[in-house]
Each structure stands twice: as C-alpha cells, then as structure tokens.
Design a protein around this ligand. Structure first.
Ligand code: UD1
Length: 355
C-alpha cells in the first residue's frame, strides 16, 4: 500500500518513528508529510535524527498562529499534496491541529483516513486537543485505539465497527530507548544537579496551564516550594507566556532548561525522583519507567496510570505540593499500553481494513 503519514508536533514525531519502521518492514510505500506546526530544531529536527525517521517527502511550513490560522493553513495546502501523492490511506496521529486538518482534507477528497491514538477522551471541552480528537475520530474510516478504555469510548460514540485495539505506539519507542539508556547509564543530562536527595523533572506546556497568568503563576510558585530541586524543561509556549505575563520560571527550588532530545529526556526521567507534567506522553513514559508522576490537570486520558497508583492528578497549587511528597507507589507488572509492537499491529489493521 501507499500510506501517507501527516505529522507536525513533537509527540507525533515520536509516534511516527515505530510506524515508519513497521511500514518499512512490511514493504509499504510510506509518504511523510510534515505540516511545520513545530519548527524549532529541539521540537522537530532532533527527533527525526535521534529516532532514525526518514526525511519528510513534503513540508508545509505552516508555523505558529491561532487555531483557525494554523488549521486553515494546513487545509489550504493539503489538497495539492494529496493530489500529488495519491495515497491509498492517510494516517493521522493524536490530537493536534495538524491531526484535524489532515483528516478533514483527506475525507473531503475521499482518501481513506486512519486515526492513530483514537478514542482517548478527557471530557474537558475547554481543551483544543479534545475537539481535535473527537472530530478526527468521527471523520476517520479506521480508529486505531491504544487502550481498552479508548475502545469503550469509541463504542459509546457508535464507532465500534471501525475501531481496532492496537496498543500504544509510544510504548514501542519508550521500551527500546529505555533499554538503550540503561545500557549506558552515564547519559543523564541532568546528572550535574547537586542534590543528594534527587530532583523532580517538570514539563508544562498546555494552553489550559500556560495561557491564564493566575494559573501559571500558581503552578510556578508551587514548584518553587518543592522539597527537592525541580528542573522545568521549558517548551516555547510556557516560555513565551511567562515572559508575556512577567512570571519568572526560576525561584526557590525551581529552575528551567531547554527541552531535551528524546533519549536525554528518558534518561533524565529515569534519574529523577518524580515527574511533574501536563504532557500525555510523559505521564505514560513515567509509568512505563515506574517513576511517580504528578499530572497538573483535572483529568487524564491515560487513566490507567492513575488507577494503578503511579500518577496523581493535581489541579491546584496545594494539590501539587501534597502530591510531590506522597509515598512511593505499589509495584505493578501491569502493561495496559500494549506489548511494544503496537505499530506493527496498526499497520496490519490498516491493510486489513483499507487495503
Ligand atoms: C501542540 C498541540 C498539543 C501538543 C503539543 C506538543 C495543538 C492545538 N496543540 O501544542 O496538543 O501536546 O503541541 O508540544 O495542536 N512555538 C515555538 N516553536 C515551535 C513550536 C511552537 O516557538 O517549534 C511556540 C509559538 O510561540 C507558538 C506556541 O509555541 O505560538 C504554541 O505552539 P503550537 O504548536 O500552536 O501549540 P503547542 O502549545 O506546541
């Protein structure tokens, strides 16, 4: 088959890596389209390099902008890209503006669409990601779900017949990178942190946490009061919003650094006493590494991490402070995100449903 992957934001590059490998192994022609939603080298190029992803066949260069501008800029260019490559299937990933735009342009031109990471729900309609994922699931011909819970959501929305449980492709990558990192223990880029009691690794980037100055200030202050150093890997969005609102990302226990390349991030998480984040990917990665996670949100799409005791939702400053000092979770061998071969199953499901 000729399958076109459309990606644009950092977590999509991570998901693309095992899919590209699985497509190659199965002998399919794989076209990669980069929308350009993320353009900083640390959010884009280093992932292609470190994860061995082939260069994109087309780059739309849309860059930043409001939701309408960004989504519209992708839509405006996809007609030509689809006409040029004529794929048998368009594969979209996750829940970003790039996901929704690619799905809409493909269905309008009658190209079959498969949605990877389908069925996740936060039930929070204030999140741009929630609109993107719900609309994409309903536009898609094939919904590739990462978890049983996602399958249940799809079924409740009348999409059971076009849904297949394949597992989580980010788990495929994580397990491989973890093993490589463990073989080379010297790799932790935060090993210089001088704190015998360890450190917490933090990432905050979601619009719901960064765009309201009162909320962002509350989060930053809570992290500054932590019992251990907190290293915030500052995404461009949080940096820009902090500057706009005159909020310092340093103070007390809190300091910040640039975002890390993927293997470095995994090494830094493995070396930490805990992770504090609003990222979906990092919540899961922390769980798979068995590092306690505090999620700065009111809900999570990855509820298995909470049910199994390794993730705590902390939606206020007090809840963050309390969650950081909680006792170590109970060990578990549960594998709710698949066996590390999700990409292979996803490619097989595409061939069987749309081939
Ligand atoms: C996007 C996704 C989010 C995902 C995240 C991963 C949407 C609606 N959101 O959020 O679901 O979790 O990516 O990182 O699609 N910027 C740069 N350089 C870049 C990219 C962005 O400086 O390479 C800055 C710009 O100021 C931009 C802001 O970050 O305005 C936000 O970028 P954008 O892609 O719109 O959303 P993210 O917050 O990254």
């Amino acid at each position: 088959m000729k399958i076109m992957s459309v990606v644009g934001a950092r977590p999509q590059f991570v998901k693309l890596a095992p899919v590209a490998e699985a497509m190659d192994a199965a002998g399919h022609e794989h076209i990669i389209v980069h929308t350009g939603q993320h353009y900083d080298p640390m959010l884009s190029a280093v992932f292609f390099r470190d994860l061995g992803i082939p260069e994109p066949d087309a780059h739309l260069g849309v860059g930043s902008g409001s939701h309408g501008l960004q989504t519209g800029a992708i839509l405006a260019q996809m007609d030509e890209v689809l006409a040029r490559f004529k794929p048998d299937c368009v594969l979209v990933y996750g829940d970003t503006n790039s996901t929704l735009a690619a799905a809409i342009s493909a269905v309008k031109l009658h190209f079959p669409v498969a949605h990877l990471e389908a069925g996740l729900r936060s039930f929070n309609r204030d999140m741009p990601e929630e609109h993107n994922r719900v609309l994409t699931d309903h536009a898609a011909d094939l919904c590739l779900a990462p978890t049983e819970a996602a399958m249940t959501h799809l079924s409740r929305e009348g999409l059971a017949e076009r849904s297949v449980l394949v597992g989580d492709v980010m788990t495929d990558v994580l397990l491989k990178v973890r093993d490589a990192v463990l073989e080379n223990a010297a790799r932790n880029p935060l090993a210089d942190i001088e704190a015998p009691q360890g450190y917490y690794l933090a990432t905050i980037h979601r619009a719901e946490n960064t765009d309201d100055p009162v909320r962002l200030r509350g989060i930053v202050e809570a992290l500054g009061l932590s019992d251990k150093p907190v290293i915030l890997l500052a995404h461009p969005r949080v940096r820009a919003k902090a500057q706009e609102h005159g909020i310092s990302l340093e103070g007390g226990s809190l300091s910040f650094r640039d975002p890390l390349a993927y293997p470095d991030l995994i090494a830094a998480a493995l070396g930490s006493s805990g992770v504090v984040t609003d990222s979906g990917g990092l919540q899961k990665e922390a769980f798979l590494l068995r590092v306690p996670c505090t999620t700065v949100r009111g809900q999570t799409e990855w509820r298995e991490t909470v049910d199994l005791g390794w993730n705590v939702l902390a939606n206020t400053s007090d809840e963050i402070t309390e969650a950081l000092v909680r006792s170590t979770p109970i060990a578990t061998t549960a594998m709710p995100y698949g066996d590390g071969h999700a990409a292979e199953y996803a490619v097989k499901a595409i061939v069987s449903a749309l081939g």
